[in-house]
Unconditional design. Structure first.
Length: 113
């Protein structure tokens, strides 16, 4: 989440808003927000409703559900223009790739107006 915080101002200047959805309860998210100084919205999905809707929930060791770390870039028309889904939670989307996609989506939406 720290990487996203570093991109927050750049994404905001392009008209994007970061929204993080995590399986943690709101109290835990508040701790993480305060510890890392996050300035973007975090939503709690303890029931895994969002993870299931996005198709990124899986059973860890057949017991506890977990979300696959994912990034979605959504255009102003509310369509998903880019998605990065990697079951290896240690592999994160490169910030330069995310910014390139955001710029492309912004350009394409301006052309479509």
């Amino acid at each position: 989440m720290g990487q996203l915080q570093g991109l927050n101002a750049q994404l905001d200047s392009l008209g994007f808003e970061i929204i993080a959805i995590a399986p943690d309860p709101p109290e835990k998210l508040a701790e993480v927000r305060d510890h890392l100084g996050l300035a973007f919205t975090q939503l709690s999905d303890v029931a895994f409703d969002a993870a299931k809707a996005f198709g990124i929930a899986f059973l860890h060791n057949g017991k506890r559900p977990l979300p696959v770390p994912s990034v979605f870039v959504i255009a102003p028309d509310r369509t998903i223009q880019f998605q990065y889904i990697n079951p290896n939670y240690r592999a994160r989307l490169n910030g330069e790739v995310l910014m390139a996609m955001a710029r492309t989506v912004t350009r394409n939406s301006e052309i479509g107006r």
